[in-house]
Write a protein that binds this ligand. Sequence first.
Ligand code: ZN
Length: 265
Amino acid sequence: MEASNGESEIFKPRNDKREYRRIVLPNSLEALIISDPETDKSAASMDVSVGYFSDPEGVEGLAHFLEHMLFYASEKYPVEDSYSKYITEHGGSTNAFTSMKHTNYYFDINTKFLEEGLDRFAQFFIKPLMSPDATIREIKAVDSENQKNLLSDIWRMDQLQKHLSSKNYPYHKFGTGTWDTLEVKPREKGLDTRLELMGFHEVNYSANIMHLVVYAKETLDEIQALVERKFTDIKNTGRSYLHFPGEPCSSEHLQKIITKLLSKE
Ligand SMILES: [Zn+2]
């Protein structure tokens, strides 16, 4: 049932005691809020409909790198890593991932601390702080994440499959990023990775392509008021959803057998 102010109640199973509501903020951010009076943990997740398919030419891994940078610091909370520290010190955990067409951020926390946790979280999307020295340090963190992935057959096979697909379709891209793709190569081309990072955030992090879920102990009306207070300042640039028509593979990319030659020690 649609209410006139953009809210709607959600149907749910009969034995589910939680209450649900869909709301749309004035900046077009769509949120699902869930009230569970019995919970001792609150949680939130924000999905941004942009991922590494949107990495600009010559800066492979930028969307993933931005995901790392947003955790670091914001203008309102400039102490580096204080967001993660706040969450873990108050019984919670936090993480994020960057996929082909989405970047997703989430945390949980003891119920009493949801408001400040949400305030810190919302600042990722409002005014992140991307200082030059943090940029360099975090490129190194992305690089070591990739070094770790290189030891995993699943990651290697996944990247091999991408590498063998059509160069004209974004599935071909390498989405993790390394020191080479985020620092050395952009520099050779005269690109400043930090400026690329800020530009990517500016263009793509628009409220109208974000979706939020907040799960809390409070009533739906209280959660709605909290979400409105914290997230209304995310700007809406009217970004369109990106579509990627076409196929990653045509006949020339299919029916191949890849073998690994093991050298004798
Ligand atoms: Zn990462």
